[in-house]
Design a protein around this ligand. Sequence first.
Ligand SMILES: NC(=O)c1ccc[n+]([C@@H]2O[C@H](COP(=O)([O-])OP(=O)(O)OC[C@H]3O[C@@H](n4cnc5c(N)ncnc54)[C@H](O)[C@@H]3O)[C@@H](O)[C@H]2O)c1
Length: 270
Amino acid sequence: MAEYKKHNIYLQEGNGATKARGTSVSFKENGAHVVIADVLDDLATSLAESIGGRFIHCDVSKEQDVESAINLALSWKGKLDIMLNNAGIGAIDGSITSLDMEHVKHLLSINLNGTIHGIKHAARAMVKGQKGGSIICTSSAAAIMGGLASHAYTMSKAAMDGLVRSAACELGVHLIRVNSISPHGVASDMLLSAFKRFEKVNITLEELKGHIGKRASLLQGKGASAEDVAHAALFLASDESSFITAHTFPIDGGYTSAVSHMSFIYKDPK
Ligand SMILES: NC(=O)c1ccc[n+]([C@@H]2O[C@H](COP(=O)([O-])OP(=O)(O)OC[C@H]3O[C@@H](n4cnc5c(N)ncnc54)[C@H](O)[C@@H]3O)[C@@H](O)[C@H]2O)c1
């Protein structure tokens, strides 16, 4: 992995739990000063300390919290170069015919409004800084293909991808790039708790990864890891992706692009 510009200021929302921990560490290892904003105070504080970063309590559904997180980055190092809107919650909603609208509103307040707040305030800081920047949102494979997540979650991520495109359109003139990464089946606390609830089995994160590799990846036996997601985020933050904006970047082992049920057709007919 090539290094991106040294000493960038990077702010990640939604970072305390499993998957994002790897992303913060990867950014630190690649020279960024990291600000972590999350609701998980203890976990995120110790993570921030371990990488020489800063932590701020931030509920992304509250615009004021997000603005304060950006202000922390600005007061610490005077600028913001990279923003990763990663905070999100999952949902098990069941049928569309019995969707609980309070639950939908709650999910959207975090997954969608949180992203709006993040893009809005990061863009303000980056426009003011006049040095461009990279805004990355964590969307989902569920926004590309139906049937991978609950209705509310799917909708929140599809709406996010629309916002990524429109924001990229407006902000391109300031050399601010806006993209999303769309992971699929990454063994995280969120996915593990959903899996346990549906499959009624008690498995570890490692076993979950193996399970996804077998059932939901074209790369036989390989499920996504936190590192796969971190590498994609690093690439989109780096100058190596300087001509990429307004796109969503699937990290899905090919799963949302092709099915392998009929791969017998590729066998030599002789
Ligand atoms: N795990 C997957 O397979 C997968 C697939 C596609 C997309 N995603 C997305 O990746 C992102 C990270 O999820 P994860 O799988 O690592 O799960 P996770 O539960 O391990 O991480 C989610 C993080 O978001 C934080 N968070 C939740 N609500 C928040 C709020 N209101 N304000 C601030 N922070 C908040 C949590 O504290 C946690 O640190 C989410 O946006 C999720 O939708 C995950």
